[in-house]
Every structure is written in C-alpha cells, then in structure tokens.
Design a protein around this ligand. Structure first.
Ligand code: DQA
Length: 145
C-alpha cells in the first residue's frame, strides 16, 4: 500500500482549547482519527507526526522520500518564517500538500505570506478540519495521477 506522511507543526497539539473560534473545537487526536479514516478509504497507509520543533520537522521531511510517496503538512507558525522547512520540502522531491485550518489570507498581515506555498504542490486553507480531508484527497490524486 502507498504511504503518506502527515506533519502537524507547532501548537497544533493544543487544538480544541486553542482559539476555538479560529481553529475549531476538535482536538488533534480527533483530527488524526478522521485523517486515518480518509486515508483508509483511499487505500493509503498514513503516518502522522506532530512536532513543535523546526529542526525535527526538517529531519522528518529530509528522511521522508525513502518511505513515503507524498506529504501533507500544516507547518503552522513556521509557514510564515521557515526557510529551512521550505528548503526541506523542495529538496525531498515528494508531492507536498500544504494545509491550514484557517484562511491565512483573511487574518493578520504576517500570516498572508507562506514560505512553503512556492515549493508545495498546492495549498488548502480555510476549511477547518475539512482542510486535512481535502489535503489527504489531494495527496492521493498527486500520487495516482
Ligand atoms: C495555521 C495558521 C498559522 O498562521 C498559525 O500559526 C497556526 C495554524 C492554520 O492551520 O490555520 O498555528 O497553520
């Protein structure tokens, strides 16, 4: 079975209690259950990791191409700051879907710039937990097209 990697960036472990008006009331565990169900329906194996640490995310992406066919990543705050994660995505050569729960273009100015989007296959933002479901579907499409 083809395998995809889902990466949750910093502070997403706080979902559920973190600004629920912006990010919704679901916990990361609940989101992960939905991701696993969607992946199973699409006949994909999925590994899900969360990290608050930029270097750990860079290492994970750097090692991904030996095991995975695509990446779905919510880089969270690193979206707007991390050249290192951008370079890792670019270097790994895997189709990569950038996802955000919120619409980053309708919020503060600093969130309107994604350093990741220029090297991602595409971006999905603004649909709450559905952003992840759409992200998994997009990864499946990219693997199978
Ligand atoms: C986020 C948007 C980012 O700006 C923010 O720093 C996050 C979450 C989202 O999913 O909407 O932590 O990536």
């Amino acid at each position: 079975m083809k395998k995809i990697l889902v990466i949750h960036g910093p502070n997403l472990n706080l979902l559920g209690k973190r600004e629920p008006d912006i990010y919704g009331k679901f916990t990361l565990e609940q989101i992960n259950e939905l991701i696993k169900k969607e992946a199973a329906q699409l006949k994909l194996e999925v590994k899900i990791i969360h990290s608050n640490h930029e270097g750990e995310i860079v290492d994970t992406i750097g090692n991904a191409s030996s095991e995975f066919e695509a990446i779905v990543i919510n880089p969270a705050a690193y979206t707007h700051t991390s050249v290192a994660i951008r370079d890792a995505v670019s270097a790994c050569g895997l189709p990569t879907v950038e996802v955000h729960l919120s619409n980053i273009y309708s919020r503060e100015e600093f969130r309107k710039t994604s350093l990741i989007s220029g090297v991602a296959s595409g971006q999905i933002a603004g649909f709450g937990i559905q952003s992840y479901i759409l992200g998994i579907k997009a990864a499946s499409y990219l693997i199978n097209k």
